[in-house]
Design a protein around this ligand. Structure first.
Ligand code: HEM
Length: 176
């Protein structure tokens, strides 16, 4: 069980065991954007197919929103990666369940890889007509869904085991 420090010096010493408010804000922003972009991904696929078949498109909206949000996710993930490397944080710090914490660490890095790969692959498919990139993009969309299920499932499992690690992504510790 993680304890919350009360004095400023204890909070500073504790910083690496928790996320900064900047990291927490980026985490939840990406979470919302990924859900929205995932949900309009089907619309994007339809537009993409129609364009490939030379059909005239009346609804560019889903494609436009999908591209804008996808690029935003990519830029935010670069910011998250920079923050994560500048300010390393121990995954599930203080957890007694080491295997679960290790799986959590793998899950987090897999998110960085998948979310940094998907947007460039989408750009290659949409702007350069590289079909293989589109197929890989679609495949990674399902890998991403699996990662989200494992991510949420892992957090809930920690909770069932008496460790409220969700609090770590709600309450910031000192430092940016
Ligand atoms: C991390 C951000 C992104 C997420 C989570 C995401 C998610 C998705 C999803 C769920 C699909 C539907 C896949 C399917 O139906 O099997 C899709 C399709 C597609 N997305 Fe994205 N996307 C992202 C970024 C982008 C960006 C920046 C572009 C740039 C143009 C893009 C272009 C496309 C294209 C062209 C398709 C159709 C691929 C095909 O059907 O072969 N995506 N996306």
């Amino acid at each position: 069980m993680t304890t919350t420090p009360t004095t400023p010096s204890a909070r500073a010493a504790h910083a690496r065991h928790g996320y900064s408010s900047y990291q927490i804000t980026l985490h939840w922003t990406v979470a919302v954007l990924v859900v929205v972009n995932w949900l309009i991904g089907g619309g994007m696929s339809q537009v993409y197919e129609a364009v490939q078949q030379g059909q005239s498109i009346s609804q560019w909206g889903p494609a436009f929103v999908h591209i804008c949000l996808g690029i935003a996710i990519f830029l935010i993930m670069l910011g998250r990666l920079a923050a994560r490397l500048r300010r390393p944080v121990e995954t599930a710090a203080g957890s007694k369940h080491h295997i679960l914490a290790l799986l959590g660490r793998l899950n987090h890095w897999a998110f960085y890889i998948v979310l940094l790969l998907m947007p460039p692959l989408g750009v290659l498919a949409w702007f350069f007509g590289i079909d293989a990139a589109g197929n890989l993009h679609s495949l990674l969309a399902w890998v991403l869904l699996l990662l989200v299920v494992l991510h949420v499932g892992g957090a809930l499992l920690h909770l069932v085991l008496g460790e409220n690690i969700i609090r770590r992504m709600v309450r910031p510790t000192a430092g940016t």
